[in-house]
Design a binder for this molecule. Sequence first.
Ligand SMILES: [Zn+2]
Length: 179
Amino acid sequence: MSENFLIEGKSDEFYMELALREAVKAANAGEVPIGAVIVKDDRVIARSWNQVETLKDATAHAEMLALTSAMSSVGDWRLEGCTVFVTKEPCPMCAGALVHCRPDRVVFGIPDPKGGAAGGWINLLDSNPPLNHKCEVTSEVLKDECLAILQSFFREARAKKKAEKDAKKQDSSNEVEDS
Ligand SMILES: [Zn+2]
């Protein structure tokens, strides 16, 4: 029996924890750690992590991959009755895709005032007439945990970049000594 059938009546925090696990997979693959899960009737029907580098696809955000997987799972592009959990506020591309797929709710961890499209920068999820669907939005669920994994990823990325730069400097100074 799949673990999905054992999950019943769980809280937003419970599912965000699962989205965080997806984010960890992204970090392990060297991707910006963002994860998403989609839940229907208290069952996880899709889970995914950001795979932009892995797939060499700028549209391969966690939400996009999870939406495709969820639509395939329910056999319908209408994700009525579904809730999308994602560790960071959706960008405009993902928010646009979300309203097209029509889940009932979107729950995210970290708000993004610079680029978020669920109310941070703009709000595409709140009944914009041409898009014709409104998602209920809940924000800042496990925000600190979602933020911590992103921050440690960028800290490590900066340290790695600096180490590479220092190694290069070392190399070029050796060349000077050699000549
Ligand atoms: Zn996105």
